[in-house]
Design a protein around this ligand. Structure first.
Ligand SMILES: NC(=O)c1ccc[n+]([C@@H]2O[C@H](COP(=O)([O-])OP(=O)(O)OC[C@H]3O[C@@H](n4cnc5c(N)ncnc54)[C@H](OP(=O)(O)O)[C@@H]3O)[C@@H](O)[C@H]2O)c1
Length: 407
């Protein structure tokens, strides 16, 4: 399916009557019997998530108190457990649209009942001194509004990737953070993950010689679903599709391994017809980047291909392969140079979660810059806009050094 065809169909479906614009299939209704709205709502306890048997130890006096906004799969499955091994930061509040779930989670994590907020009374958090910062783990289309609300309440903001769905939203978030004089950090966990950090170091040391190519693949297969029940296939909440959610890891890797910004991008999207998963989003996005040094990157991402999580970098003198490259755990890295082949084991990948949290808290306490600021999130969203523009117009898009399109 061509880019213009999906955008016509999407435009038809995102009319005032929304999904009622008669697609060939009847959308299955969400858990609450209605299509997912473009605003914060409560959802059921995520499948497969578990809660700690014991609440964490009481925090020390200098520890930064954080309220988690959105108790979904990533919050309960990965990030909240990581607070227990982070030294200077603790969970001090919860913000959720599902009060029953929030109470259960609060009991397990030792969060006081009066530190549970809903989406409707969030503004009250402003006067809660136990909470210095929030961690936004909501569907991506809600990040900008909730970052603005959190800054208006005087809190620092850690926000999940992608920062937002377009560059205007990112700019609004950065401006709100500056006005409030509060930190804004994006949850780019790979900047705290030992394998990716080692790969960045090896590239800075030029162990591969002059960089020639980078290839990244971030793919998996979504089970049967619809935009009415899953925000990841709902354009208003997810954007164009797998690129914002998963392909962003390949885009990030291409930038932090090359150390460059692309000067030109060409891309293509595709979507199988008549598939409820892809009535609003693309199934696959493939893009090519050319860097000022002459190196090129090829990035592919898909929600409809067998799982792959791989980054391969080729210089004139060797190859660095990471497979898996950006996983939660168990990353693997092989370096091939004229001196031979070596499997590198720079550390336990799972420390990335707690190190990300510790870095955020340290920046708040010490007034230092964060490694993954809003400006980095904005840069990446601009590049994703260029990828979609190139695919929609069938041409190579040229870029300024800050990632804005030259036309
Ligand atoms: N860095 C990473 O490795 C990583 C991995 C996965 C996800 N993420 C990011 O984390 C964010 C959340 O992803 P997730 O996988 O945790 O999603 P999820 O499991 O679907 O959870 C999202 C939560 O957001 C809340 N929510 C509020 N309004 C909603 C709406 N209209 N539709 C659906 N949920 C709504 C709900 O929490 P309540 O019921 O408590 O209100 C829901 O449980 C996304 O930005 C995603 O890109 C990052």
């Amino acid at each position: 399916m061509t880019a213009s065809r999906i955008s016509r169909r999407t435009a038809l479906q995102i009319t005032a009557s929304g999904l009622a614009a008669a697609p060939w299939w009847r959308p299955a209704l969400g858990a609450q019997g209605e299509p997912l709205p473009e605003r914060a709502i409560g959802r059921p306890f995520p499948q497969g998530a578990s809660l700690p048997e014991e609440p964490p130890a009481k925090p020390g006096g200098e520890s930064v108190g954080v309220a988690i906004i959105g108790l979904g799969g990533y919050a309960l499955g990965q990030m909240m457990p990581a607070f227990s091994t982070a030294k200077n930061i603790h969970i001090a509040g919860l913000v959720s649209g599902n009060q029953e779930k929030a109470q259960r989670v609060a009991r397990a994590y030792g969060v006081p009942e009066d530190a549970i907020y809903g989406y409707d009374n969030f503004a009250d958090i402003a006067s809660d001194d136990r909470i210095e910062a929030v961690y936004i783990i909501l569907p991506s289309g809600l990040h900008a509004d909730w970052a603005e609300k959190a800054f208006a309440a005087g809190k620092h903001v850690l926000c999940e990737k992608p920062m937002a769905l377009n560059s205007a939203e990112c700019e609004r978030m950065i401006a709100a953070g500056r006005r409030a004089d509060r930190k804004l950090m994006i949850g780019y966990r790979c900047h705290f993950e030992p394998y990716n950090l080692r790969a960045m170091g090896l590239m800075r040391e030029d162990v591969l010689g002059r960089l020639r190519t980078i290839r990244t693949a971030h793919t998996y297969r979504l089970g049967p679903t619809t935009p009415a029940e899953n925000w990841r296939v709902n354009r208003a909440l997810a954007g164009g599709g797998p690129l914002e959610d998963y392909g962003i890891y390949g885009l990030q890797a291409a930038l932090y391994l090359s150390g460059e910004m692309p000067e030109a991008i060409s891309a293509i999207n595709d979507t199988p017809p008549n598939d409820p998963r892809f009535s609003q989003i693309f199934a696959h996005t493939a893009s090519q980047l050319r860097f000022p040094s002459g190196a090129v990157a090829q990035l592919s991402t898909s929600y409809d291909a067998a799982s792959e999580n791989r980054v391969s970098v080729r210089g004139e003198l060797g190859t660095l392969v990471m497979d898996p490259a950006t996983s939660y755990r168990g990353n693997v890295m092989t370096l091939d140079t004229e001196e031979g082949s070596e499997t590198l084991e720079p550390g336990d990948s799972t420390v990335q979660f707690s190190r990300q949290l510790e870095h955020f808290a340290q920046a708040i306490r010490q007034g230092t810059d964060v490694k993954t600021p809003g400006e980095m999130g904005l840069r990446d969203v601009r590049l994703m806009e260029a990828i979609y523009r190139s695919a929609a117009e069938g041409r190579t898009v040229r870029l300024a050094p800050d990632g804005t399109m030259r036309g």
